[in-house]
Design a protein around this ligand. Structure first.
Ligand code: ZN
Length: 267
């Protein structure tokens, strides 16, 4: 009786243990299934992120890059006013103000120079090529060269004008938007947008440039009226803000063109 009882209770015990092992196995399988399912869900979720990274070169997820080119510098003074103000100093001040404003608007800014010394010391022609090389090296979407005019044969000549490369519709459009923004200041005469017919007259920073580009002439240093405004803090602030507004307007309405240019460059 005792031995029978022993056998029966042993069986029961063995059976219980077997049931326990089966339960543990079942729990293990369920946990494994949950883990695999979670992993699949996680991978699915991360797929769109990967797709986004791949497509980012084709969108404006990356910041717009603008190259600001303050004309002249160092030995190359540019135009000089009758009171001894140099073009190179005025355009540098306006350029640095412009860069700050653009950075506040999430634009990546690069400069061809940030002080009076040029990072290169070559002839004027090499200087222009060097400016384009910098713009290209940093993959600038837009290049803007900032200058002042002068005409000592006619000191009554005054006004703002913006130049672009011939047969370049994007640059012409940029020039038009910049000129409109600048002439809205009513600081001087609106001389309109300009291009050149002859390669000999070509403005090298535009002609050799592959980016959407424009060159602004913010007034005549040979004209006392224009000079006064150009050399005032109010004038410099206003020009910087006006060019910034023009650039942001252009970017806002020409995103597709900028993306297309980027993908062409990447090829
Ligand atoms: Zn100049």
């Amino acid at each position: 009786m005792n031995s029978n009882f022993d056998i029966s209770s042993k069986r029961k015990l063995l059976y219980k243990r077997k049931r326990k092992r089966q339960l543990i196995f079942k729990i293990y399988i369920v946990l494994l299934a949950i883990s695999i399912l979670s992993l699949i869900l996680l991978l699915n979720k991360s797929t769109p992120v990967n797709k986004k990274v791949i497509s980012s070169s084709n969108s404006l997820d990356n910041k717009i890059i603008i190259c600001i080119d303050p004309g002249h510098g160092d030995f190359d003074t540019g135009a000089k006013s009758s009171s001894g103000i140099f073009e190179k100093d005025i355009v540098l001040e306006i350029s640095l103000k412009l860069g700050k404003l653009l950075e506040e608007n999430d634009i990546k800014v690069i400069y061809t120079r940030t002080n009076d010394s040029l990072p290169w010391l070559e002839t004027a022609n090499d200087s222009l090529k060097e400016r384009i090389r910098i713009s290209k090296a940093f993959k600038a979407d837009i290049f803007i060269s900032i200058h002042c005019n002068s005409n000592y044969d006619d000191i009554s000549a005054k006004g703002i004008e913006t130049w672009y490369k011939p047969n370049d519709e994007s640059s012409k459009n940029l020039a038009l938007i910049l000129q409109t923004s600048l002439s809205n200041l009513n600081s001087t005469i609106d001389r309109g947008i300009k291009t050149y017919d002859n390669k000999d007259d070509a403005l090298a920073v535009l002609e050799l440039n592959e980016s959407i580009s424009a060159l602004v002439e913010l007034g005549f240093l040979s004209n006392t009226y224009d000079e006064k405004y150009l050399n005032s803090d109010k004038g410099k602030e206003a020009f910087a803000k006006s060019i910034k507004d023009g650039l942001l307007n252009y970017i806002e309405s020409n995103k597709d063109i900028i993306i297309k240019k980027r993908s062409n460059k990447a090829m």
